[in-house]
Design a protein. Structure first.
Length: 134
């Protein structure tokens, strides 16, 4: 039994409200990333349209993004003359590397042809150009 002079001992509690706030923030963040509301990486481009566009199956691939003033391989800036060397560094499991060129609609055709020439001279023959279905 407790006497009047003893202070009341409080039990330790785990505050669950801040933990719920953190979990909700993480849930919202992952949902937005999975729905591509928040772009994960790379440059923003508007793909040209094609009536014969197809969905790609998962394979060993590298995405080359071309804009008017930049060139990226899988989200990393790369100079045109270092493109083949950068692509040869990408590990692949026994199968050939499929290249997808994601070119902005406003890019000059000559720049696209220069990139494709570099790839052909580097020994890459599986090259696709990304489009969106109209």
């Amino acid at each position: 039994m407790r006497s009047w002079d003893e202070p009341k001992k409080r039990k330790a509690r785990v505050e669950i409200i801040p933990m719920i706030d953190v979990m909700m923030f993480l849930l919202v963040f992952f949902v937005l990333i999975s729905m591509n509301v928040i772009p994960a990486l790379g440059l923003k481009t508007q793909l040209p349209g094609s009536s014969t566009a197809q969905d790609l199956k998962p394979q060993a691939k590298a995405i080359i993004t071309i804009t008017r003033d930049a060139l990226q391989v899988d989200g990393q800036d790369t100079p045109v003359d270092g493109l083949v060397a950068r692509l040869k560094q990408i590990p692949k499991e026994g199968e050939k590397l499929n290249l997808i060129i994601n070119s902005d609609r406003g890019v000059e055709v000559q720049k696209l042809v220069d990139v494709m020439d570099q790839l052909k001279h580097g020994g890459f023959d599986s090259i696709s150009i990304a489009t969106r279905k109209q």
